[in-house]
Write a protein that binds this ligand. Structure first.
Ligand SMILES: O=C(O)Cc1cc(O)ccc1O
Ligand SMILES: [Fe+2]
Length: 461
């Protein structure tokens, strides 16, 4: 807690407290007794606070999907001047993908890691959309952004009215102050900031880079475990939610930046929006340490589908069809016998965007680097590069148990077909030679004797 002053934001403590659980009904107060007892909206709230509800689902969503929280704050968030288009506006954010702002391409795409900007750039200015599909207006779709920044946000908070942000830091910690409290997120951890919740990002390490999946119209949930049983993959109790924390500070000219339909709007107010003394509910930010993931995998033959490594899924109305799955490729043992162990060659009706947090990726001997990205869209063929294929075959059946260590790759997989933004296609980091990694795959066909020389017909034996 920080009492009334005009001081800049206080330093983060070395260790932050969190509550644990996924989708719980949380209750937290920075001052004992600040949560009203027995009702949400008393005539006068404890300590003279304002009650404010934030709804992440429609009021009438079925109980098992319903998400909302009650925030008890020094001043309500409506206490601000009118929203105005941000000047200069941000031209590299898209939330409704169409021919005027993005391109369709079935080509395999890959990007080298973007450099950290030289000029002062905070999280908001460092954010740019790579690809996406659908529309935040129609509440169905997603956008994949990346960020590269070097400076903390100052006297300003951000929120997206368009969708939830799943942030995957790749370089540099993020200290995130939200209306629900504070989180520190390191590379190797992820954080989800729900639609509409205000937050500010500090960069204690300076240079910072990462990925964001933004989903429109739904929220992330844990995948069902099916025959795996009651345990495994990401455990509910490893998700960490902030405890209430507030500052009661006047900051003349404080700016709330709101992403709304892909455009940025600003509203001025004279106080910090992080003035929530207590809150309760199930609509809150959370973080998760990917090293806690408990992977399941093949123990005898064949390469399992990557869905086995789903951390979080944002569903559509069709069973088993994700608007966006967040899947990881964590350290694990490979033990399959007489099996081609790397990912198989494939074409997928879902579209696959991949990133690498650290280490290497089992399907690519080189070219796919930490901080880089690749996109294999709907039905676009892809798979291991030539070097990986040849090395795997050379090893043969003698490959014993092998530990894949020091790696963390991930995939955002969607049933929607992404369009790609022009600045991503024209990016200096685009790997124009990506196709070369497969072009050298040779035929190892041994059935030539069955083909007649002149007709190419299969000879009858
Ligand atoms: O394309 C990729 O590298 C992702 C992926 C990994 C895997 O193990 C199986 C299928 C798949 O799409
Ligand atoms: Fe794939």
């Amino acid at each position: 807690m920080e009492s009334k002053s005009t001081a800049a934001q206080p330093a983060f403590p070395a260790v932050l407290d969190y509550q644990s659980g996924f989708g719980n009904d949380f209750s937290t107060e920075a001052i004992p007794g600040a949560l009203p007892r027995g009702q949400n909206s008393p005539l006068v709230c404890p300590y003279g606070l304002y009650a404010e509800q934030i709804s992440g689902t429609s009021f009438t969503s079925p109980r098992k999907h319903n998400q909302r929280s009650w925030l008890y704050r020094v001043k309500p968030s409506v206490t601000h001047e009118p929203f105005r288009p941000r000047i200069p506006n941000h031209v590299k954010l898209v939330s409704e993908f169409n021919q005027s702002n993005s391109a369709a391409t079935p080509t395999q795409l890959r990007w080298r890691p973007a450099e950290i900007p030289e000029t002062p750039t905070d999280f908001v200015d460092g954010l740019y959309t790579v690809c996406g599909a659908g529309s935040s207006y129609l509440r169905h779709g997603f956008a994949i952004h990346m960020y590269s920044a070097n400076k903390s946000m100052k006297d300003c908070a951000f929120c997206s009215a368009d969708g939830d942000f799943l942030i995957v830091p790749q370089e540099g910690r993020l200290r995130i102050t939200t209306e629900c409290g504070r989180l520190e997120v390191s590379p190797g951890e992820i954080v989800v900031i729900p639609q509409g919740l205000r937050f500010a990002v500090d960069l204690p390490d300076g240079p910072s880079r990462g990925y964001v999946a933004e989903i429109f119209g739904t929220h992330f949930q844990l995948p069902d475990l099916g025959p795996i049983g009651a345990n495994g993959l990401a455990a509910s109790r490893d998700f960490l939610v902030p405890v209430a924390w507030f500052e009661d500070i006047s900051i003349p000219g404080y700016t709330v930046v709101q992403k709304f339909g892909g455009e940025l709007f600003t509203a001025k107010q004279d106080f910090s929006p992080f003035n929530v003394v207590a809150w309760h509910g199930n609509y809150a930010p959370y973080k998760y340490d990917l090293s806690k993931f408990c992977p399941y995998n093949t123990v005898l033959i064949d390469h399992g589908d990557p869905s086995i490594n789903t951390v979080l899924t944002a569903p559509t109305d069709r069973p088993g069809v994700a608007l966006l799955d967040f899947v990881i490729f964590p350290p694990r043992w490979l033990v399959a016998e007489h099996t081609f162990r790397p990912p198989y060659y494939h074409r997928n009706c879902m579209s696959e965007f991949m990133g690498l947090i650290y280490g290497g990726y089992e399907a690519k001997a080189d070219g796919f680097l930490p901080g880089g990205a690749s996109l294999h869209s709907c039905m676009t063929p892809h798979g291991p590069d030539t070097k990986t294929y040849e090395a795997t075959i050379a090893l043969g059946n003698e490959a014993g148990p092998k530990r894949i260590s020091d790696t963390m790759a991930f995939m955002f997989e969607s049933c929607l077909m992404p369009r790609v933004c022009p600045w991503a296609l024209e990016s200096p980091y685009m790997d124009h030679d990506y196709y070369q990694c497969w072009i050298g795959l040779k035929s190892h066909f041994t059935g030539d004797e069955y083909i007649s020389e002149d007709s190419q017909d299969v000879k009858k034996k």
